[in-house]
Design a protein around this ligand. Sequence first.
Ligand code: SAM
Ligand code: SF4
Length: 331
Amino acid sequence: MRAPLVDGHGRRINDLRVSVTDRCNFRCQYCMPAEGLTWLDRDDVLRFEEIERLVRLLAEMGIDSVRLTGGEPLVRRDFPALAGMLAAIPQLTDLSVTTNGFLLERDAAALVAAGVQRFNVSIDSLQRDRFFEMTRRDALPRVLAGLHALASQPGVGKVKINAVALRGYTEDEVLPFARFAREHPFEVRFIEFMPLDADQAWTPGSVLSGEEIRAIVGREFPLEEEEREPSATARTYRFVDGTPGRLGFIDPVSHPFCSDCNRIRLTADGKLRTCLFSLGETDLRTPLRAGATDDELEAVLREAVWRKELKHRVNEKGFQQPARSMSAIGG
Ligand code: SAM
Ligand code: SF4
């Protein structure tokens, strides 16, 4: 074992997001432009062995939770094989995947068998035409079929639904999602829209806050907050009337949780990002491919993590949106 990873503000870092591809088969309005982005060259994308080596090293430094994301992780060829390689790293106690669900009917069984414990499936509307409008793909029936295929896998862990909350769109989705959460074993989580869209259309006014959503739900289904775990990014609520089900709220804009942040990110092209909103990144691929030893890579990682940003500045004057958008960072 190596010494734990800590940043210069005293935060212990144990959570890693790994983007396995920048490519995606959807074009969600809050993430990608309609025409897509210029994809990375294949040679620039980390190979499975390279990802595994970095994750193994980070696991020796105290990373115990890894979420695989993208782009759309399931479009990466043989993705379940990568999940299996990472699941075999002994220090990892939590391996999860965030997906748009389009390929889940094909891959759910393989991913669960590979050792993925938890899944987040992104669904912004339960109405087919509005889902099409937001993702620019007429794919709701297929995504729901994937979600149910996943839930029926023996041994699957928690499955959550992620919905990005946008003013002028999500208000009408809130109650259908609340009903869905009462009728199905999926926690529905609303995520405030962040300025990470490739179109740079974000404005403070386009964020529908968690508080506003809770007010809409509360008129029909009163909610009560559950106890929050120390470094949890989501606040969760149950229904006061005792109906099973849960709603989660991730409110990074209205209630930043930076002081508890325990997270770093690895992009598909091997750059370490210490914040979603980082303006700089640390290149790991070059030393990796130049034959750096584990000790040399450890020094690069430690130095980068030490400089992790204190907080994001979304609500401050002069905020600068990073050059990479959400799909290229790995959300
Ligand atoms: N393609 C997969 C998916 O959509 O689940 C994984 C990658 S996606 C970038 C990860 C998560 O980020 C999704 O839940 C997506 O809805 C969310 N997301 C994307 N752009 C966002 C934005 N500008 N603000 C807030 N969440 C965003
Ligand atoms: Fe693709 Fe996910 Fe971005 Fe939608 S949010 S465009 S599914 S990467």
